[in-house]
Design a protein around this ligand. Structure first.
Ligand code: ZN
Length: 118
């Protein structure tokens, strides 16, 4: 197995179209485990910080929050011109895509919080 930070896949001379093992599959599995653990730790720290600050954490389903217009509610993939630019094809509202999505996520979170409190 090659050593170094990035193992370049090398063709297997005995199996046409196949490559010699370079450890990438094992590394990918490890990276997934680290990411899974990282997210859980992040949420635990976030909840603890919020509690100590007298705040609450509300988890929301982010589906379509980046494609929905925060002004008129029109939801369409074409609203995202680029990764950063949000331009509503229905009402013409323009915003940074992350800001538009953050407004939608806040709205969903507040609605969820209101229904849980009722
Ligand atoms: Zn709109």
């Amino acid at each position: 197995m090659p050593t170094g930070r990035r193992a370049v896949p090398r063709p297997d001379p005995d199996r046409p179209g196949a490559f010699l093992a370079n450890g990438q599959a094992a590394k990918s599995g490890l990276n997934r485990s680290v990411l899974d653990a990282g997210w859980g730790v992040f949420l635990a720290v976030l909840r603890a910080k919020a509690e100590s600050a007298g705040r609450t954490v509300v988890e929301v389903n982010p589906a379509n929050t980046s494609r929905t217009c925060a002004v008129c509610g029109h939801c369409h993939a074409d609203n995202r011109r680029t990764q950063a630019a949000f331009v509503c094809v229905a009402c013409g509202h323009t915003a940074h895509a992350d800001v538009n999505a953050a407004i939608n996520i806040l709205r969903v979170g507040l609605a969820r919080q209101a229904t849980e409190a009722a």
